[in-house]
Design a protein around this ligand. Structure first.
Ligand SMILES: Nc1nc2c(c(=O)[nH]1)N[C@H]1C(S)=C(S)[C@@H](COP(=O)(O)OP(=O)(O)OC[C@H]3O[C@@H](n4cnc5c(N)ncnc54)[C@H](O)[C@@H]3O)O[C@H]1N2
Ligand code: MOO
Length: 430
């Protein structure tokens, strides 16, 4: 008899309880790209820092322009380019040529774009000769006010959010030179199985290439971790212990193994988990061992533990199961190490099924799917306004189906079959 299966949600909770956010480090905003903020970020300065022109044209005093919009001739007394600071006062009846981004000269309160004046346009590099200009009041002042984008002291971002390219821009514009972000986690990725060979070695009878190692290492990097890749290790107790020790020596924050967790006679991960292995310095080797059958397909056999204190996630060896459980269990662990506020792995979106497929009653079925246009443009999909839906990319257990997928559809344990038009939760992979 199979033991009672653990729900995916409960297993995720146990995974998250195994890890804690890493310490913070200081970086420039640019070098912090992809890391997670350790503290809320407040603007050190206002953006823009001064009142400036939003258009190339003429800086004018509104009091000089008739409110009814009729044209008026003004004396042009000079130029203001972006970056200038030494500005003459503009008196009544006067205007200054002004370029986008230049500070508004004192006395002026509006910019009239050049295309709405008697000048028509400025010629780049040509002498600016006009001594007067005829223009009229415009509906908008075309002035960017100091602080209208960001006010000094305003909160720009919360702790626990990832630094994006746009945030690098906003932080830098508002005077932030260093930010505190969580250190990038280091993952040790290790495949087990006596049948496995590294990719560059020719296969003998019964041997296969270790594809989980490179695949999970790539998934870890895509999730924001650095990777030390170990193995493949044969199904041998001492070899696996030695590889786990190597992971500890490389100062891994999390060990992820694939294979050897099931019911087979050679399932060496289970063997290591079952026997504590005291170290020379008195540590207990394996602690907190938790071997579980999780209600998920594929990816059912799972285990958690610490090896000499380092958190360890043991995933099954079947490649699709290994990948699915990486995204569902290891990715949230990486998120938590990285300090993410909501450590849930890839973002789920609700999309409509564009074709029907079978569920796995009693288990969460993970189905590699790709995005397709819905035949009716989404009108029949009821719960979603989206015009795209999803279809399975092939056999649930085939690596080729996974490679063709845009996401993983998650079909709950109580759903026997998915029908075209049904809403499904999809973890987006790209
Ligand atoms: N009697 C039972 N047998 C199995 C059960 C069960 O409940 N009772 N569960 C099945 C399920 S589901 C899975 S998943 C697998 C998981 O087993 P392991 O985690 O012990 O994985 P392995 O036996 O090591 O490998 C399974 C499969 O995947 C291939 N593999 C393994 N590692 C790699 C790798 N690094 N690269 C590419 N391919 C790999 C391996 O050759 C096997 O074909 O157990 C079922 N059995
Ligand atoms: O859990 Mo296994 O990964 O179903 O194939």
């Amino acid at each position: 008899m199979e033991p009672q299966a653990r729900s995916v949600t409960e297993h995720v909770e146990r995974v998250l309880a195994l890890v804690t956010p890493l310490r913070s480090v200081e970086r420039t905003p640019e070098d912090a790209l992809g890391s997670v903020l350790a503290e809320d970020q407040y603007a050190a300065a206002s953006v823009p820092p001064f009142d400036g022109a939003a258009m190339d044209g003429y800086a004018v005093r509104l009091a000089d322009l008739p409110p009814d919009g009729s044209p008026v001739a003004l004396q042009v007394t000079g130029d203001v380019a972006a970056g200038e600071s030494d500005l003459a006062e503009v008196g009544p009846g006067q205007a200054l040529r002004i370029m986008t981004g230049a500070p508004l000269p004192s006395g002026t309160d509006a910019v009239v774009p050049v295309e709405h004046t008697s000048t028509g346009r400025f010629l780049a590099g040509a002498p600016r000769a006009e001594s007067s200009v005829t223009l009229a009041r415009r509906p908008r002042p075309h002035v960017r006010r100091a602080g209208e984008d960001v006010r000094q002291g305003e909160r720009l971002a919360y702790a626990g959010t990832e630094v994006t390219a746009a945030l690098v821009g906003a932080l830098t514009a508002s005077g932030t030179v260093r930010v505190a972000v969580r250190r990038r986690p280091l993952l040790a990725v290790l495949s087990t199985g006596s049948e496995l060979l590294p990719a560059d070695e020719p296969l003998g009878p019964g041997q296969i290439t270790d594809s989980n190692g490179p695949m999970l290492a790539a998934a870890a990097r895509a999730a924001g971790a650095d990777v030390v890749r170990l193995g493949p290790v044969p199904d041998d107790l001492m070899a696996l212990r030695a590889a786990l020790d190597e992971a500890v020596h490389s100062r891994a924050d999390l060990i992820v193994t694939a294979g050897g967790v099931s019911a087979g006679a050679a399932d060496v991960v289970r063997e290591v988990l079952a026997a504590p292995a005291p170290g020379p310095d008195g540590d207990r080797g394996v602690t907190d061992a938790d071997v579980a059958t999780v209600a998920i397909s594929p990816g059912k056999p799972q285990a958690l533990a610490r090896w000499r204190g380092v958190p360890w996630l043991a995933l099954p060896g079947n490649p699709v199961g290994a990948y699915a459980s990486f995204e569902l269990f290891a990715h949230p662990a990486i998120d938590r190490l990285r300090g993410e506020k909501a450590p849930g792995g890839p973002r789920p979106v609700a999309l409509a099924a564009a074709a029907g497929w079978a569920g796995a009653p009693g288990r969460l079925r993970v189905v590699p799917v790709r995005l397709v246009p819905l035949p009716d443009g989404g009108a029949g999909a009821g719960t979603t306004a989206s015009a795209v839906g999803v279809v399975p990319t092939g056999s649930h257990h085939a690596l080729s189906a996974l490679a063709a997928a845009d996401g993983l559809a998650l079909v709950p344990p109580d759903v026997e079959k998915v029908c075209a038009g049904d809403p499904v939760q999809v973890l987006m992979l790209r």
